[in-house]
Design a protein around this ligand. Structure first.
Ligand SMILES: Cc1cc2nc3c(=O)[nH]c(=O)nc-3n(C[C@H](O)[C@H](O)[C@H](O)COP(=O)(O)OP(=O)(O)OC[C@H]3O[C@@H](n4cnc5c(N)ncnc54)[C@H](O)[C@@H]3O)c2cc1C
Length: 523
């Protein structure tokens, strides 16, 4: 590492790569790039370390992390057709959201990636991306037998019987169209510990001399170097001191689907008109930054159970269901998580009671058609951006319809043995709500997020006016800067997206080291 002086006379630390965001994708990149001992990498992470912190490492504690000290906790703009009270949790800790999520691990379906290629993302098709599964360092296993709660087993059996779908033993064994089963989860069943991106990729290599971790350090502005490349970043440590870091080779943004567009816009990369309105000098006019805000919206249906459930579980949402309502579709168009705990955060607000013991199903929209956007409220880096998911606003009503269908299908499953005998009564929405209109109203008001924001700096074809990145993940209109995180997704995969983020990061590492062909899909 060498040092030069920046215009503010701060010491400027220089590395080969600076990775902003030591989260899911950032951890993969950091581990892969430092495999070469001659390459120096600095990771700038806003949160603390997860090493030795049982609150983070114990997977089953995930629910207690929501809204706490490890959560940036973004709110949403008013949602006239949905729920305006959703708290969008985003982790503030090494490993990012993989350190506080539920670690449900699905490979993307091949058709999800075909869609990316059709959107001009050459090189991201299934034949190129899916083989990276063999490179993943996370321990990904179907929920262990000891963690299989009898109520969840009975949910799986009831769903299969009620809906005629297969029981799936391993959702990652082959692409599926529908089925019920226990999820694959990135964890160690013996200890109940996470196999997060941090645990799997960073913990084993923390002693590498070429890996420099700056924790509790917030990046708030990218700056050009002498040649005009956007390879410098201004950061603030938790003690208030400010530094500038420079990447000799490339600056890599891995701050996630909310903070990556935020940082780009604060740095003058984004929709020019909006940036000027905030007095931000425009470096590159990219109207797509912050657009294409995707998510998996869900609703909830809640039952009181006859008594407490057996205590065993991996993380209290261990099983689920994928369903294909449209037989012309190759992919499922409705997904459920089954919770062995009553998830009442949204129903209590609507006046439904808190439950001592219960279960719920959370039908979600795998490929929602409502698309949102996010934007800066001001040029102040401490101001959180405005998030407008525009939930349930798609003109054809597909997303709202999916919730209505989901609530009805959930009732069919609940009325089927062996699940039926566990349940005393439907608490929310309550069996008196029956019409499409009533169920839609309830479903949208009680809606939640599956916590999957993505797409806000999408990659795409040169003629895609909203593409922020080229298919090599390089930010258009500037030099020296790439994005590697969930914001690069052009469209939302059908499944929970963490593994897709890991695969993207693995391929990005190959693109950076030259190990991957830059273009072309293996046929
Ligand atoms: C509660 C919850 C449950 C979820 N459950 C699942 C699941 O079971 N399965 C699944 O597939 N997906 C799940 N997800 C989604 C999944 O975890 C994310 O899609 C994925 O981890 C995102 O990875 P990322 O690299 O894009 O961002 P992140 O992992 O969020 O990483 C971003 C990192 O950047 C840091 N950062 C941000 N801004 C700055 C800045 N300006 N300066 C410095 N550092 C910064 C953050 O602290 C964070 O560490 C869940 C998410 C949540 C929140």
């Amino acid at each position: 590492m060498s040092a030069t002086t920046d215009e503010a006379a701060t010491r400027e630390a220089v590395y080969d790569y600076v990775i902003v965001g030591g989260g899911t994708a950032g951890s993969v990149l950091a581990a892969r790039l430092t495999e070469d001992p001659d390459v120096s990498v600095c990771v700038v992470e806003g949160g603390p370390s997860d090493v030795g912190d049982e609150r983070i490492l114990k997977l089953r504690n995930w629910i207690n992390l929501l809204g706490g000290e490890f959560d940036y906790g973004y709110t949403t703009e008013e949602q006239p057709r949905g729920n305006s009270h959703i708290l969008h949790s985003r982790a503030r800790v090494l490993g990012g959201c993989s350190s506080h999520n539920t670690l449900i691990s699905f490979l993307p379906l091949p058709q999800d990636l075909d869609e990316w290629v059709a959107r001009g993302c050459t090189g991201w098709g299934p034949k190129t991306l899916l083989p990276y599964r063999d490179r993943l360092r996370n321990t990904i296993v179907p929920v262990a037998e000891a963690d299989r709660n009898q109520a969840a087993k009975d949910f799986v059996a009831a769903a299969a019987a009620a809906l005629g779908v297969p029981v799936v033993d391993d959702f990652n064994a082959r692409p599926f169209t529908e089925g019920a089963g226990f999820f694959s989860v990135a964890y160690d069943p013996a200890t109940g510990h996470r196999s997060s991106a941090s645990v799997a990729y960073l913990h084993p290599v923390l002693d590498r001399p070429n890996l420099h971790l700056l924790l509790e350090t917030w990046a708030y502005r990218l700056l050009p170097d002498a040649a005009g490349r956007l390879t410098r970043v201004r950061v603030r440590h938790d003690d208030g001191t400010v530094r500038v870091l420079r990447a000799e080779r490339e600056m890599l943004l891995c701050t996630g689907a909310i903070d990556t567009p935020r940082l780009l816009m604060l740095s003058g990369v984004g929709p020019a008109q909006e940036l000027r309105r905030h007095g931000i000098d425009v470096v590159a006019d990219l109207p797509g930054v912050g657009e294409n805000l995707l998510d998996h919206p869900e609703s909830v249906i809640l039952w009181e159970t006859r008594g407490p459930l057996p205590p065993n579980s991996a993380m209290d949402s261990d099983a689920g269901l994928f369903l294909r309502r449209d037989p012309a579709e190759e992919r499922p168009d409705l997904m459920f998580h089954f919770y062995q705990v009553p998830f009442t955060v949204n129903t209590e607000r609507l006046g439904y009671p808190k439950l001592p013991h219960g279960v719920c199903m959370t039908p979600n929209v795998p490929r929602a058609r409502s698309v949102g956007r996010l934007w800066l409220r001001s040029a102040d880096p401490d101001d959180k951006p405005a998030l407008d998911f525009r939930y349930f606003t798609d003109p054809g009503g597909h997303d709202a319809r999916t919730l209505v269908d989901g609530l009805r299908i959930a009732r069919r499953v609940a009325a089927t043995e062996p699940l039926k005998s566990w349940l005393v009564r439907e608490v929310a929405p309550g069996s008196e709500l029956e019409t499409d209109r009533e169920l839609s109203e309830y479903g949208r008001r009680a809606a939640h997020t599956v916590y999957h924001p993505a797409g806000t700096c999408r990659m795409g074809a040169p003629d895609d006016p909203l593409a922020v990145l080229d298919p090599l993940l390089r930010v258009r209109g500037v030099e020296g800067l790439r994005v590697v995180d969930a914001s690069v997704f052009p469209t939302m995969p059908t499944i929970n997206p963490m593994v897709t983020v890991l695969l993207v990061a693995e391929r990005a590492a190959d693109l950076l080291t030259g190990a991957a062909p830059a273009e072309g899909e293996r046929r």
